[in-house]
Design a protein around this ligand. Sequence first.
Ligand SMILES: [Zn+2]
Ligand SMILES: [Zn+2]
Length: 272
Amino acid sequence: MGKFIDTHTHSQFSPDSKTTVRELLERARETGAAGIALTDHLDLDAPRNPGLFEFSIAAQQQAIAQAEREVFPGGECKVLRGIEIGLQPGESLQHSKDYISGHEFDQIIASIHFVDGEDPYYGNYYEGKDFRRAYSRVLELVYLTAKQFGDYDVIGHFDYVARYAPYDVKDIRYADFPDEMDSILKMLAQDGKALEINTKTYAMHGSHLQVLDEMILRRFKELGGEFITLGSDSHESERLCDKFPQFFQVCQRCGFPRLTYFERRKPVLYTP
Ligand SMILES: [Zn+2]
Ligand SMILES: [Zn+2]
């Protein structure tokens, strides 16, 4: 296996993960990963649990620095300070800006976790909606909130809404949402930002294992997109770099021979 950089992981600073930063780094050492970004959840104004998805950025960065000194004293692995910010339209965007101001990051992921006050994880969001309506609203929000927020490097799991969907076929195909996808992909290409392939989405079991439509990557290339990150979205150390060789091949097929990570908010291309 090539040496990959996992750009999306969750540690004990995320309420839905118990894995320590140190355990994640030890796993990176065991598997010979080239790098890891710790991207804990910041979801202000969460509809069901306001205050649950918040953490002390200073404490997280301190834990990262300490674990890095202990596990990689010779700097054998890139250890990157990240955050995954859940965006919602309206004044919540400013709350997130205020929360992160004064901190330095290597990489900021912008994600959509909540839609119009609903959490797709619980299923209510899909009630009374067919897949077209349910997905197009989310893709529209991915575009609008990222555009307005601006201060991010990567769009996280653009297809998150499909993960928990009740439809027989859950895949988000370019052919079904060409305008919505084009808005997102053009914005990323023009602003020099990255599209994430989130391998957790394609690892979830159910009646249909969701697939990534390669047309989306080909279209991104066509529109001038340069940067693709691979993220496991691992909440336990075992999934670090899960399925990366497989999705690196997909990238290569679609015109992206190199992958990207961010260091001090600048994209760096690398070959695993
Ligand atoms: Zn997420
Ligand atoms: Zn995540």
